[in-house]
Design a protein around this ligand. Structure first.
Ligand code: PAF
Length: 280
């Protein structure tokens, strides 16, 4: 695996690989890699000739400075994990390389960006879109892989690709969970042992709620889940939403939609966790 920290040599390397007919699979990350990331990488490696991974903790997608500061950074361990999935190229730029001057681009994602994470983390999706667009320009991937745990991010990136007419294919990948159901996330490593023990309740409550889909209306499902989350003292609930799976808008009646998911965000101690489960 070759590690490249600057844009120009990476672009040159990738141009040469493309010239010789190689396809490029890309997994953008912020590091602190876990099995969820590695699954994306295994799939990318299996479906492409070359696997490119980026590790960049993107400051402009953090609306909370403390969250940015506490975000885990584990580059040496990440490199070992990348070797284990036969990553070919690691792009690990610093902030100056990515943003020599502040990037003021403003994207418009309509109502997709006004709900859930968009409502609770102002500016977050614009920051994600800025960095992902830049990374796509640098890496020119044929396919890029994103996990469904960040389902709204995935939808935003699909819209970005459509709006900007980018030539990359976005591949959505299922959420990878620990044996006890907790969705894998870089943030999990910041949970205390007590918090880690309670965290699997998130998935349990979502699953139990989803099992009631034939007897509850969308609103009743939300109320049921809210009550269950609020019963657990350690959880500080931000939102629960039963939403359609394309525009992620709240659902009034089941017959209005073809696909639905339930989404949650909550604070557990100092760690903000999100998860979502398919309803149908
Ligand atoms: O999901 C993430 O890790 C980040 O939001 C991403 C897509 C790498 C952009 O910084």
């Amino acid at each position: 695996m070759q590690t490249i920290k600057t844009i120009l040599p990476l672009k040159q390397k990738i141009a040469a690989l493309k010239q010789s007919g190689k396809s490029i699979g890309f997994v953008p990350t912020m590091g602190a890699l876990h099995q969820g990331h590695l699954e994306l990488m295994r799939q990318a490696k299996a479906e492409n000739d070359i696997l490119v991974v980026s590790i960049f903790v993107n400051p402009i997608q953090f609306n909370n400075p403390a969250d940015l500061e506490k975000y885990p950074r584990t580059l040496d361990q990440d490199k070992q994990l990348l070797q284990s999935v036969n990553c070919d190229l690691l792009f690990a730029p610093d902030v100056k390389e990515m943003y020599p001057t502040p990037d003021k681009t403003v994207y418009h994602f309509g109502k997709l960006a006004t709900v859930m994470e968009g409502a609770f983390r102002p500016g977050h999706f614009n920051g994600v879109a800025v960095v992902v667009k830049k990374l796509f320009e640098i890496v020119s991937p044929d396919k890029a892989y994103f996990g469904e745990k960040d389902f709204q991010q995935l939808a935003i990136i699909q819209l970005l690709v459509k709006q900007q007419k980018l030539s990359v294919t976005i591949i959505p990948c299922p959420t990878i969970r620990e044996a006890d159901g907790l969705a894998m996330s870089s943030r999990n490593m910041r949970l205390t042992p007590e918090e880690r023990a309670i965290a699997p309740e998130i998935h349990k409550i979502l699953q139990k709620t989803v099992s009631l889909r034939n007897v509850l209306s969308p609103n009743e499902m939300e109320q049921y889940a809210k009550k269950a989350f609020n019963k657990i003292q350690a959880f500080d609930l931000e939102y629960v939403s039963v939403a359609d799976d394309t525009e992620l808008q709240p659902i009034e009646h089941w017959n209005d939609v073809r696909g639905a998911r339930i989404f949650v965000a909550l604070q557990l101690g100092n760690v903000r966790l999100i998860d979502n489960v398919r309803i149908f």
